[in-house]
Ligand binder design. Structure first.
Ligand code: GLC
Length: 489
């Protein structure tokens, strides 16, 4: 149960599919994915069985941060379509029982947002010749840049083109509340909220001390040298979140709080779930994974996530051999689970493009969805904005025709997970095996390249290494890199 014991909401055990609109499906041949393209893929998403989609930013943007630099929070970027295309997408999704979450970028805007000139007091400024502190932007360099027009310094937690909003200003709270209300009135079902831990900072703007121990999640190397206790995670964030909660009513708010699990608890007083980045950044080894799961669960309602548009994909990070077992882990933990587009066909990181489009080198995680085995991948009729990179067989059409494919595994997992109940309780297992119980079900994941014993017996319901129908009898051994779900008889 979320937020102090209120009734269960649909999202609490939902599978939410992240659509990165630019790379999902182009409908008009300009090489850029768009909303009509997403709509055309709803039958696929319904077949896959997801409960909701999260659309990464669809708003007008100069693309300094590929949409996370929003120039207008209440409009659709022309290359993605129009507001009526979004209305149509929402209506069509709802007809298929799929909910739609938008991405609320609340901690900053684009420097091209009209507010920056018309309402400069909505941003965070400093006077003087030098930055007031040593804060480092997430993508490196000082978090302060000089506005050439006024000569003043402004704060930006991300790129210099993304000035931070001052949530201490009631006008900001009112305006962002209006944004939330605007979208909810259009039928949006909830929000993923971007960069929540940056909504407020130390009011005294103190410099960060040097780091004694490395921050528990990866940061830019320059930021790693400092202990980030003042530039984020300030108590005043609660005021911002209360504002968003009030505007959102019962619609779910899922927070991107880029902090270790042990620091997530307070955020759940206002948010319905927060991403468990401990799991995403865990090494692929039973103890580390188990600890990440336990710590995240202790925080409360976490949303499990193993890939998104910011980080290396599972098949690259944990290895192609482990990608299917990782899917079993993601989808059997219980609670909200996020699947990033392409994970369901085992997409790996691509080469990106030269010169890079994203200045923080994340093109590699954003190559277009490979729908079909052709050079344009079924993604576009035109020149794709990023190349298609997946090898033969790693496309949705081929995998749909193959019951033993990764795509079918995802689909089977999404169906089967509804049968699992209870919290995951870890059980002792052989070295190299992560095992947990969910009620009368046992999930066992072999993280190694050697055969390992399964710590329990039962009827195999699903295995990562073969289609369910091929499993027979009582499994005792786990194949290398395999995962299995058993039901105690
Ligand atoms: C989040 C987004 C990321 C973006 C950043 C700044 O971390 O996921 O893509 O660059 O916020 O908005």
């Amino acid at each position: 149960m979320s937020r102090g014991g209120e009734a269960a909401g649909w999202w609490e055990d939902a599978v939410v599919y992240e659509v990165y609109p630019r790379s999902y499906q182009d409908s008009d041949g300009d090489g850029i994915g768009d909303l009509r393209g997403v709509e055309s893929r709803l039958p696929y998403l319904e077949w896959l069985g997801v409960d909701a989609i999260w659309l990464a930013p669809i708003y007008p943007s100069p693309l300094a941060d590929y949409g996370y630099d929003v120039a207008d929070h209440a409009a659709v970027a022309p290359e993605y379509g129009s507001l009526s295309d979004l209305d149509a997408l929402i209506a069509a999704a709802h007809e298929r029982g799929i909910r739609v979450l938008l991405d609320l970028v609340a901690s900053h805007t684009s420097i091209a947002h009209p507010w920056f000139r018309e309402h400069p007091d909505r941003y965070v400024w400093a006077e003087g010749p030098e930055p007031p502190n040593n804060w480092i932007a997430s993508f490196g360099g000082s978090a302060w840049s000089r506005d050439p027009r006024t000569g003043r310094l402004y704060l930006h937690s991300f790129f210099p083109e993304q000035p931070d909003l001052d949530w201490g200003n009631p006008e900001v709270r009112r305006a962002m509340g209006d944004v939330v209300r605007f979208w909810i009135a259009r039928g949006v079902d909830g929000f993923r909220i971007d960069a929540v831990d940056r909504l407020a900072k130390d009011p005294e703007m103190r410099s960060e001390p040097a780091a004694n121990v490395p921050f528990a999640l990866p940061l830019h190397p320059e930021a790693m040298a400092l202990d980030p206790i003042y530039s984020r995670n300030a108590a005043e964030i609660a005021v911002a979140l209360a504002t968003l909660r009030e505007a959102a009513g019962d619609a779910p708010l899922i927070g991107e709080v880029y902090l270790p699990a042990t620091m997530l608890g307070p955020y759940l007083e206002h948010l319905d779930a927060v991403f468990a980045f401990d799991l995403l950044h865990s090494e692929w080894a039973p103890e580390a994974l188990g600890r990440a799961v336990d710590r995240s669960r202790e925080a409360g309602a976490v949303a499990w996530v193993t890939s998104n548009h910011d980080f290396s994909r599972v098949a690259t990070r944990w290895g192609e051999a482990n990608a299917r077992a990782a899917a079993v882990l993601l989808l059997t933990l219980g609670g909200t689970a996020f699947v990033y587009q392409g994970e369901e066909i085992g997409m790996a990181d691509g080469p990106g493009t030269d010169p890079p489009l994203d200045r923080y080198d994340r093109d590699r995680f954003r190559h277009p969805m490979q729908w079909a085995a052709d050079p344009r991948g079924g993604f576009t009729e035109g020149e794709p904005w990023l190349p298609l990179t997946d090898p033969e067989g790693r496309d949705a059409a081929s995998q749909r025709a193959d019951p033993g494919s990764t795509l079918h595994l995802f689909r089977a997992l999404i169906r089967m997970r509804r049968e699992l109940d209870g919290k995951p309780e870890r059980v002792p297992a052989a070295d190299g095996v992560l095992a947990f119980r969910r009620g009368r079900h046992l999930v066992a994941i072999n993280t190694t390249g050697a055969e390992q014993p399964i710590p329990g017996a039962g009827e195999p319901l699903l295995a990562s290494a073969a289609g369910v129908s091929e499993l027979a009898g009582t499994a005792r051994m786990l194949a290398p890199h395999a995962a299995v779900v058993l039901r105690a008889s």
